[in-house]
Design a protein around this ligand. Structure first.
Ligand SMILES: [Zn+2]
Length: 478
């Protein structure tokens, strides 16, 4: 995600920047033993625009690893919008929810329990390790109006974290962390999806799958493999600008009134996809969609596999300008969060910091921007925050208040990578990033994994460097 500018003083310093081993855990989560064993979601979704509801049947096949499971957990994130707890400014105008019923395991009625944004499904004793368990249920999703990410606005339904999302179980156990409005409180495994959408006449679909050709059918089945999540936009409002970055289709979707920036942002979407592919490694899917427009309070843009959102324009000291940096930022997340996963609740810096650095690199090389002034301020400002609050750059989402989150999780790690580039040279830093990308493709990486890869590629122990920047340590005991 990228935060909007929330505070005036940030504008002064930050110029154009919107505030906005066991290398991995045993194959991501202890539930699966091979890279090809991943959950498959099969979802029927019927959209009714009169009631802003999606109803249908949900089915997920889950490979059970070598660890005996007694239960499964699913996140029902839309329930955060039924009783909003995160302040009136971000409160949706109309609430939303995700209700489930008729939960079955391998065809038999199962015991289940829902509490706010969490669903626990008990598993019968016969479930064997190494097998696949099938969970199904009926569901009803009500879209909030004015919700963060999940949102109904005009004739557009924005479906983000909109289905029961299987929680991750790793060596630390189940990750059932509750929703929060700070950052992106999501952590998910690479999965396969097959989704049949039934949409009213006149609507089209923009999704995480390759959907260009099917966009106007009323009933369409879309499939995507090896993605962490599946986002969809059902809309009558959006128009596309289409193009290609190599073999990858790059579509930019805009609303009426955004015509003045659509071409320029589409050009940068293509250039950014080429830039990141060249430096970090191939983008593994056939298509990416950039959807401009409102995605919720405090959010300038948001990343999903194969689909990102961005504002069309961002505020500057002199007025506004096209949101090139937000588009670049969200597209960089396809590499850092999308393909290389991390626990975004526990270590949000890992995807946000690398993504912000990628964004700065793009803005520096393609737009001629000079971030030196900003970056020079960052160490000083964040040292001061650390001194006052004792907080570091490697904390869980729940530890950060809003401006502190931006400084510690986005800018300080970006400044750290910039400093590393001054020490090692640009080529070495890009080699660190491409090696990290290659090694953790479709997996989950941790801070320690990143430091390990960086030290290996650099041929020198970078622990003291990273620990100083990330943990504010003067030695490297941690
Ligand atoms: Zn981000």
């Amino acid at each position: 995600m990228k935060r909007r500018f929330l505070f005036g003083w940030l504008i002064v310093f930050m110029m154009s920047w919107t505030m906005t081993q066991a290398n991995v855990f045993a194959m991501e989560n202890g539930m699966s033993t091979g890279s090809e064993k991943r959950p498959t979601y099969i979802i029927d979704a019927k959209y009714d625009d009169a009631t802003s509801k999606i109803t249908g049947h949900y089915h997920v096949k889950i490979p059970v690893g070598e660890q005996k499971l007694q239960e499964l957990y699913f996140h029902l994130y839309p329930n955060a919008f039924s009783n909003w707890k995160w302040g009136s400014a971000s409160k949706p105008k109309k609430p939303g929810y995700l209700h489930v019923r008729n939960v079955k395991v391998d065809g038999s009625t199962a015991r289940y329990h829902t509490k706010e944004t969490l669903l626990k499904v008990s598993l019968p004793a016969y479930i064997q390790t190494g097998k696949t368990v099938q969970v199904e249920m009926d569901y009803e999703l009500k879209l909030p109006q004015g919700g963060m990410r999940l949102n109904r606005f005009g004739d557009t339904a924005f479906l983000a974290q909109w289905y029961p999302m299987l929680a991750v179980k790793d060596q630390e156990g189940w990750h059932t962390d509750p929703y929060t409005s700070t950052g992106d409180p999501f952590y998910s495994r690479i999965s396969d999806f097959k989704i049949t959408f039934d949409i009213p006449k006149g609507y089209r679909l923009i999704t995480s799958a390759n959907d260009s050709s099917d966009s106007f059918s009323s009933k369409v089945t879309l499939q995507q493999s090896k993605v962490r999540d599946f986002a969809a936009v059902i809309t009558k409002d959006y128009e596309p600008v289409r193009g290609k970055a190599g073999d990858v289709e790059v579509n930019l979707w805009y609303l009426k009134g955004m015509e003045d920036v659509a071409q320029e942002l589409h050009h940068h979407a293509i250039t950014a996809m080429k830039f990141f592919s060249k430096h970090f490694g191939d983008y593994p899917y056939k298509e990416v969609d950039v959807v401009l427009g409102e995605t919720g309070y405090g959010i300038a843009g948001m990343e999903y596999p194969g689909l990102v959102t961005s504002l069309d324009k961002i505020p500057t000291r002199k007025g506004e300008r096209p949101a090139v940096n937000v588009v670049a930022h969200e597209l960089a997340h396809q590499w850092w969060y999308g393909v290389v996963g991390n626990n975004q609740v526990k270590e949000p810096w890992l995807d946000e910091g690398l993504t912000t650095f990628s964004e700065f690199l793009y803005m520096h090389e393609q737009m001629g921007e000079d971030e030196q002034k900003l970056l020079a301020k960052v160490a000083e400002r964040t040292d001061q925050i650390h001194k006052e609050k004792g907080i570091t750059s490697v904390e869980s989402l729940y530890q950060y208040s809003d401006p502190v989150y931006g400084w510690m999780v986005y800018t300080r790690p970006a400044a750290m990578m910039w400093k590393l580039m001054e020490h090692l040279g640009k080529e070495k830093v890009l080699e660190i990033l491409s090696t990290y990308y290659d090694r953790f493709r479709f997996r989950i990486a941790t801070t320690q994994d990143f430091i390990h890869v960086a030290s290996e590629v650099a041929g020198t122990d970078l622990k003291p460097f990273f620990h100083r920047w990330l943990y504010f340590q003067t030695d490297h005991k941690k």
